[in-house]
Design a protein around this ligand. Structure first.
Ligand SMILES: [Zn+2]
Length: 199
C-alpha cells in the first residue's frame, strides 16, 4: 500500500529533508527533529518513523498509516549477537507514547539499538517511552522499557552509552543486577518494566 498518497508534497519533502540531518550522537534525537515529526504527524494523522545510526546520522524516514508504520529493516547486519546499530523513533498520533506489542516485536525482529514512541497531541510531543532488548530469566530475548519521559527529560538522556552497555551484556546469562543496570544507565530513572516479547 502506498502510504504517501494524498499527502501534500511539501510535507513529504519536509520528511525527506530530515535524511540530511545529524543528531548529536549521544542524544536519542534532536529537539528540532521531534518538533518536525510531531508537526507532520499532526498534519497527516499518520505515524512517522525516523532511523538514526550510531554516528547520529539520520539514515531513513518513513510515513505509515493511522495505526502503524512498517518499521522497516534499515539495518546492516553486524553479526548474530549484536544489535543493528540503528535506533528508531516513531510517533503515535493518538497521544499515547507507550510502546505497543507491535513495537516490541519490531525491536526483537530488527534488533534495533533502541525503539522510541512519541505520543503526539495537538502537534506537540506529549511523552515518549524507550524500549531496549534484554535477556529474560529464561534466557530468551525480552525487553526493558523506560519512561514515559517528557521532552525535556528525553533530551538529557545519553543513549549511546546505554546502547553500548546493553550490547556488551546481550550475549550473557540473565542476571538481575545486570538487568537493572541496563536501565540504570538511562539517567538512573527508577521507572522501568521488563517483559517477554509476544511474537
Ligand atoms: Zn508504535
Amino acid at each position: 500500500m502506498d502510504n504517501t498518497k494524498n499527502i501534500r508534497k511539501s510535507i513529504l519533502n519536509k520528511l525527506t529533508e530530515l535524511e540530511d540531518y545529524q543528531v548529536e550522537k549521544h542524544l536519542v534525537i534532536s529537539e528540532e527533529i521531534i518538533d518536525i515529526i510531531c508537526e507532520i504527524t499532526e498534519k497527516t494523522g499518520k505515524e512517522v518513523a525516523i532511523y538514526v545510526d550510531r554516528r547520529g546520522s539520520v539514515i531513513s524516514t518513513e510515513i505509515g498509516d493511522e495505526n502503524t508504520v512498517s518499521l522497516k529493516s534499515v539495518t546492516k547486519r553486524r553479526g548474530e549477537e549484536s544489535l543493528s546499530g540503528i535506533r528508531c523513533v516513531h510517533t503515535h498520533p493518538n497521544g499515547d507514547g507507550r510502546l505497543s506489542d507491535v513495537d516490541f516485536s519490531a525491536l526483537k525482529k530488527l534488533k534495533f539499538d533502541m525503539i522510541g514512541a512519541i505520543g503526539v497531541q495537538d502537534g506537540e510531543m506529549k511523552n515518549c517511552q524507550l524500549g531496549f532488548l534484554c535477556p529474560t530469566e529464561e534466557g530468551d530475548m525480552g525487553f526493558a522499557a523506560a519512561g514515559p519521559y517528557t521532552k525535556e527529560k528525553l533530551l538529557k538522556i545519553d543513549i549511546l552509552s546505554t546502547i553500548e552497555e546493553i550490547e556488551k551484556n546481550l550475549g550473557t546469562q540473565f542476571d538481575p543486577v545486570i538487568g537493572k543496570k541496563f536501565i540504570a544507565f538511562v539517567n538512573d530513572i527508577p521507572e522501568y518494566i521488563y517483559g517477554d516479547i509476544v511474537d
